[in-house]
Write a protein that binds this ligand. Structure first.
Ligand code: NAP
Length: 303
């Protein structure tokens, strides 16, 4: 598996496992994480909020088995106060909250230092300098190795690129949601890497596209209504054997790519995704697929 290198030297596998939907059955989660390791995945993405802390606990416990294996990298996220009992949560990117939350995350993950700590969203109105100060402090104290943000707001992304030492930006990015394209040159100039989440669009860009279209996309997707989406998917299916290979190759074609964060509800799905990631399409084939889908752009949070 190709590895990509962050500014601080951390190496992340070009496909990472999105752990958000692993669920709370540790045995089931273990089958997926074991498969990920077998497939060469070394980057694991979680967040304190996923299952209100349970996801970090499960991921930490299972990855302990692999602690002697070099190169496992864990990313987690912060910015929400949550109550496990009532399932309520609210946004808080304050320095105090970030500085306190890392301790709980480290404890749940059962590690002493987190590789990558990301702000789990945020708006332009937040006190961003305070959040940046907190991440810098955590780096100085050795509690984290690097930090990043998860955001699809161009104004927030711009601010962090200009005023912080972020190393990664997590954003929804796939052949269908190609909105990040306009931001990539700037991101690359800052030597920041993209963590592309939602690469297969919940399964729509897989061998099961027609079934998933009717199951999950009755209301369309972004600027596509159901009929647009159905036409686009049919045209892609006519010309390509498997839409996962197309979306993975599309994402691989960008310099700024750090890791493609894919979710899976079974080991077989993950195996299928990696098989398709390993299939190479030519530049011409990727360009042709890109010409079939719409050109999407961010329309909000621009300044
Ligand atoms: N704001 C944020 O920071 C944020 C937000 C969202 C996600 N994330 C991260 O990104 C990760 C990935 O996000 P995502 O789960 O939305 O993305 P995704 O990879 O597009 O969707 C995963 C889902 O797609 C289906 N799928 C995957 N591979 C398949 C295959 N080969 N064949 C058929 N179906 C397949 C499965 O659905 P079924 O379960 O129905 O089988 C799976 O649960 C998350 O786990 C999380 O770590 C971060």
């Amino acid at each position: 598996m190709q590895k990509n290198i962050l500014k601080s030297g951390i190496e992340i596998s070009e496909v990472g496992l999105g752990c958000m939907s692993l669920g709370t059955d540790s045995n089931h989660a273990e089958t997926i994480i074991d498969e990920a390791i077998q497939q060469g995945i070394t980057y694991f993405d979680t967040a304190d909020l996923y299952d209100f802390g349970e996801n970090e606990k499960i991921v930490g416990k299972i990855l302990k088995k692999y602690q002697d294996q070099n190169g496992i990298v864990i990313g987690s996220k912060v910015g929400n106060h949550f109550n496990k009992e009532t399932k309520e949560h609210f946004w808080d990117p304050s320095k105090e909250h970030i500085m306190n939350s890392i301790k709980a995350s480290l404890q749940r993950l059962n590690i002493e230092q987190l590789d990558l700590y990301m702000l789990h969203g945020g708006t332009i109105e937040d006190n961003k300098d305070e959040s940046i100060e907190a991440f810098e402090r955590l780096k100085e104290e050795g509690l984290i190795k690097a930090y990043g943000i998860s955001s699809i707001r161009p104004n927030v992304i711009d601010y962090y690129l200009e005023n912080s030492n972020i190393e990664t930006i997590m954003m929804q990015f796939s052949l269908l949601d190609n909105r990040p394209e306009d931001l990539l040159e700037k991101i690359d100039q800052h030597d920041v890497k993209i963590l592309a989440r939602g690469p297969v669009s919940k399964g729509l860009l897989t061998g099961k596209s027609t079934e998933i279209l009717n199951k999950k996309f009755k209301d369309g997707f972004l600027e596509y209504n159901y009929n647009d989406l159905s036409d686009t998917i049919s045209q892609l299916n006519k010309e390509y054997d498997n839409l996962s290979a197309v979306t993975f190759n599309y994402l691989k074609s960008f310099n700024a790519l750090g890791s493609i964060i894919t979710g899976a509800s079974s080991p077989d799905q993950l195996k299928d995704s990696i098989q398709n990631y390993n299939q190479s399409l030519t530049e011409k084939e990727i360009k042709h697929a890109r010409a079939i889908v719409k050109n999407l752009e961010y329309t909000n949070h621009l300044s």
